[in-house]
Ligand binder design. Structure first.
Ligand SMILES: [Zn+2]
Length: 216
């Protein structure tokens, strides 16, 4: 999934309002933040194959460290545990931990059966990406609901709070529209890896959003 991960981060702000949106965005997208690093290191592999799914031209050949359930459970416990050590807030740490884990569940819904339970294990996935309309419907609904919750939880004391949030939403939705419209696949895995590093942007943007918005 793509914007569905961010949807859960926005929604989580309602559950744990004092936790930074940057942290929530980081947790929900952690697997995809890690993934380009592992691709660049050659520890995980992807192939570009136009038509692999209707929504996405990628064949995930191997991604045990970032996307096997066993490792995602490990990351979930580690990141939630670190958050607790730093903040000492049990509920916030649990939410952060669950957000990391939610990544696997949402990707499992979207991906073809290529998501292993443990490294090297057989792949699983419901294959929502085989259908563009339902993909956009499910992710779009999730995203709208998550952002709506976030808008009820926070407010913009000045124009900066509107600018930071809405510029992020416009950018993410424009990137998503590019994906959904079946724009040309990346010409090489190297360029794809470079683009995948853009996944680091939302948590950084989240710092700006967090600093410019207040709790409602
Ligand atoms: Zn993912």
């Amino acid at each position: 999934m793509f914007i569905g991960h961010y949807a859960l981060a926005f929604a989580a702000k309602k559950v744990t309002p004092r936790t930074s949106l940057a942290t929530l965005l980081f947790a929900s997208a952690w697997c995809d933040i890690l993934w380009p690093v592992l691709l660049a290191l050659g520890w995980e592999r992807v192939k570009i194959q136009p038509g692999a799914t209707a929504f996405n031209p990628l064949v995930f050949e191997s991604y045990p460290w970032s996307h096997s359930l066993a490792l995602v459970l490990f990351w979930s416990a580690l990141i939630g545990g670190l958050h607790f050590l730093v903040r000492r807030e049990r509920k916030a740490a649990l939410v952060v931990s669950l957000l990391v884990l939610s990544h696997w569940a949402l990707d499992w819904i979207s991906h073809r059966p290529d998501m292993p339970i443990w490294p090297g294990g057989a792949g699983h996935g419901l294959g929502l990406w085989n259908h563009v309309g339902p993909t956009v419907l499910v992710e779009g609904t999730l995203f709208a609901a998550g952002v709506a919750l976030y808008l009820r939880t926070t407010r913009a004391p000045s124009w900066r709070g509107h600018l930071s949030l809405w510029s992020f939403l416009v950018l993410i939705l424009a990137m998503y529209a590019g994906d959904a419209s079946g724009s040309a696949p990346p010409p090489s895995v190297q360029i794809l890896t470079g683009f995948a590093f853009l996944g680091w942007l939302p948590p950084l943007w989240g710092i700006w959003i967090e600093r410019t918005r207040a709790l409602a």
